[in-house]
Design a protein around this ligand. Sequence first.
Ligand SMILES: NC(=O)c1ccc[n+]([C@@H]2O[C@H](COP(=O)([O-])OP(=O)(O)OC[C@H]3O[C@@H](n4cnc5c(N)ncnc54)[C@H](O)[C@@H]3O)[C@@H](O)[C@H]2O)c1
Length: 255
Amino acid sequence: MRLANKTAVITGAGRGLGEAFAMKLAQEGADVLASDIDLGAAERVADAISGLGRKGLAFQADVRNKQGVQAMAAYAIQELGKVDILVNNAGTFRDNLLENISEEDWDLVLDTNLKGAFLCSQAFAPHMKARRYGKIVNISSRAFMGNVGQANYSASKGGVVSLTRTLGLELARYGINVNCVAPGLIDTDLTRRMKQEIKELMVVSTPIQRIGQPEEVANAVLFFASDEASFVVGQTLLVCGGRSVGMLLAKPKKA
Ligand SMILES: NC(=O)c1ccc[n+]([C@@H]2O[C@H](COP(=O)([O-])OP(=O)(O)OC[C@H]3O[C@@H](n4cnc5c(N)ncnc54)[C@H](O)[C@@H]3O)[C@@H](O)[C@H]2O)c1
């Protein structure tokens, strides 16, 4: 097992990618605190982790709220004894063209996706620094490169990439590796809420010609969360079926 005797906190762990990350890290030996704004969802995941024979805990926290995030960190450190791994996964989107993005939707997306990663990293860094050990894995998106109709989401995810690089620089000397995974289109509730025609267009323009599965992103998170990535700092790994490399402009003949 690659994470034996390790402990992890994952935000937005109640479903989708966060749930897949929680299960993957637990399968590899970690005790996990599943945090989510939706307590019932976090509890369901914590129960599944306990079913694997690991310690599974649930906590309700809104990553936009500094007090709530600080309380989550205190609870995690107390109940797990230490926190080795933090996955900043909680995220949301409110897609619209520039003229139609309300200030409220701008703030919601930036506060959840970017400020949330900042607040959580800030809450756990002192503990990790004191122990001279930590892995922070941020979840960005391939959309950080730009997507029509996603000015708020792209900006937030670009911010996550920059935050990763800067925290990587600041924290590496304390034995803390900060890295980032940027997924492409993955099959979760988030993408199930997207318009079907947009999804079809995205699949057609993706070199691998399909949507990704949460497990395929979880494998990248596991790498950054493990000591296999001990000399990797401030990096963003795109897990997007080739979409960041180039876009197919016409549907190719069957391979
Ligand atoms: N699914 C994709 O295709 C895809 C692609 C690239 C990046 N991502 C990113 O991966 C992450 C997870 O996405 P997903 O597809 O699993 O989404 P999802 O909507 O299925 O799950 C998101 C989880 O985050 C929780 N959450 C939302 N706001 C929160 C808040 N303020 N505080 C705490 N928890 C909150 C939700 O309750 C939910 O459990 C997000 O950061 C998303 O931007 C997803």
